[in-house]
Each structure stands twice: as structure tokens, then as C-alpha cells.
Design a protein around this ligand. Structure first.
Ligand code: IPD
Ligand code: CA
Ligand code: CA
Length: 267
């Protein structure tokens, strides 16, 4: 195993266990609003500091981008750790047990290793570039979807960018005619991992941040997913607009996105 994946897993398990433990004592959870419909808790911050300490104990010179702390420039800026300490905070504050820790390592701009840990189910999703994706060490693969018939598609509503709701719901309603159903589970990192494991057949969402996506992206691609932005290009890390499924599944979803999306989201 790549030594950085080993450290990422150690950090994700430590942080995940802290998050799970915090749910046992909900009166100690303090939540503050950091943006429109966007909340952060003391537990998000504690989990992040556990992760950063674990990484820096082994790699003090590496650069880090973490959701709550921002960019931490290291002496070595070729290696960058991308951290979402708690993906699914809205679930966490409501006591809905569906959230995860997400950690990816990019070397010279390429994601090399990734892990997403769900501490409630003790499910660890991992990937190393070129070596496939695993759930608790067993190989996982994307469903070889041919079209959207019978498909269950994961998504997230644009609750922070409600100016895009009309476009978004037009896309969703066009897809709904063709697919079986949707899930809005509340953790983009787990959505991508569930796609990787064949629990979802497709996934799309707009306005995500690099820390929501970085680890799930590698895990889904290593499981065979084709991931694009809303115009079918590869700029999804920048735009945060993402479509993912088997090659044919992504093509089918893109058709509805192109036909129903407005200019602002097709960029
Ligand atoms: C959120 C989750 C959610 C997605 C949001 C993200 P957070 O991350 O991934 O599923 O719809 O856009 O911001 O804030 O819980 O880390
Ligand atoms: Ca997130
Ligand atoms: Ca988060």
C-alpha cells in the first residue's frame, strides 16, 4: 500500500471515530452558520485538527487544503492533501447517521490516493491511482449502466445556489421520466463511493468544492466511472459541477443536462 494512503486511512479512522463518539453527546455539539444554509460545528473543526496533526506527524512539509482551515502551505507544494473532515454536516447536526471523512492526496496536480470513511457503518472506501477501488479491502466496480432505465441516481440539491434551482429541477424532471428514482442522501463523498460500489447507478450535483469531490472522484474513477462537468469536459474540479456513471450512463445524463441546463451551469 502507498505509504500516504496508510496515513490517510489512519487519519480518517481517528477523525471518524471522534465524530461518531460526539453523536453520543449531542448537547456538546455547537453549530454556527458560515454561509447561506451552510453550517459548521465544533466537531467538524476537531475532526479536521485530528487529521492535520496525523498527517503532519508523518509529513510535516506537505501542503494541505482543508475545508475549515483553508490552505496550509508546506515547504513541499508538489504534494497536497485535500481534506473534508465531515462531509454531511447537515445530516450530522440532525442526528442522521450518514456522513464521512474524506481525504485525498494530489501529487503534481494528480490525485494519487484517496479514502472516504463512514464511521457509523465502519465502511472504508479507498483507491490508489491505477490499482482500482476497494470497500473494506474488497474490490468495487461501477454498474455497467447502458441507459437510465431502472437506474437509481444520486444527487444533491443546489441549496447554497438557489439561483440554479429552476434549471436543476428541469434537469431532474427530464431524467425522472427515464430513470427509476433518485436519492439525496447528503454526503457528496459517499454518493461518489456508493456509485463506485454499484449502490447508485449514476450521480450528478452542481456547485461542489474540491474537498467534497477529491477523494470520491478517484474512488469512483478507479471503480470504472466516467466523470465529467456539465458540458462533458474535464473541468469539474474547478466548476464543482459533476456527472458520474458508467460511460453510457454519463452520456445519457449529460443529454438531459445539456437540453435543460442554463448557460451558467453548463460552463
Ligand atoms: C455537503 C455535502 C452535501 C452536498 C453539499 C456539500 P458538507 O458537504 O457533500 O451532500 O450536497 O453541497 O457542501 O458541507 O456537509 O461538508
Ligand atoms: Ca463537503
Ligand atoms: Ca465538511
Amino acid at each position: 500500500m502507498h505509504p500516504m494512503l496508510n496515513i490517510a486511512i489512519r487519519a480518517a479512522r481517528k477523525a471518524g471515530n471522534h465524530i461518531a463518539k460526539s453523536l453520543e453527546n449531542t448537547d456538546k455539539i455547537e453549530s454556527v452558520q458560515k454561509g447561506t444554509n451552510d453550517f459548521v460545528t465544533n466537531v467538524d473543526k476537531e475532526a479536521e485538527s485530528i487529521i492535520i496533526h496525523t498527517i503532519q506527524a508523518s509529513y510535516p512539509d506537505h501542503s494541505i487544503v482543508a475545508e475549515e482551515s483553508g490552505a496550509i502551505e508546506g515547504k513541499d507544494n508538489e504534494v497536497q492533501w485535500i481534506i473534508d473532515p465531515l462531509d454531511g454536516t447537515a445530516n450530522f447536526v440532525k442526528g442522521i447517521p450518514h456522513f464521512a471523512v474524506s481525504i485525498a492526496v494530489r501529487i503534481k496536480g494528480k490525485t494519487e490516493v484517496a479514502c472516504v470513511y463512514d464511521p457509523m457503518l465502519n465502511e472504508l472506501f479507498t483507491a490508489q491511482r491505477g490499482s482500482g477501488a476497494q470497500l473494506n479491502s474488497a474490490r468495487i466496480r461501477v454498474n455497467p449502466l447502458k441507459d437510465l432505465k431502472g437506474a437509481t441516481i444520486g444527487t444533491g440539491f443546489p441549496f447554497k445556489q438557489k439561483q440554479h434551482s429552476e434549471s436543476y429541477f428541469k434537469i431532474m424532471s427530464a431524467m425522472f421520466v427515464e430513470c427509476a428514482d433518485f436519492r439525496r442522501a447528503g454526503s457528496a463523498a459517499l454518493d461518489l463511493c456508493y456509485l463506485a460500489a454499484g449502490r447508485l447507478d449514476g450521480y450528478f450535483e452542481l456547485g461542489l468544492k474540491p474537498w467534497d469531490l477529491a477523494a470520491g472522484d478517484l474512488i469512483a474513477r478507479e471503480a470504472g466511472a466516467i466523470i465529467t462537468d456539465f458540458s462533458g469536459g474535464t473541468d469539474y474540479m474547478k466548476s464543482g459541477n459533476v456527472v458520474a456513471a458508467s460511460a453510457r450512463g454519463t452520456k445519457s445524463m449529460l443529454k438531459h443536462i445539456r437540453e435543460n441546463g442554463n448557460e451558467a451551469i453548463l460552463k
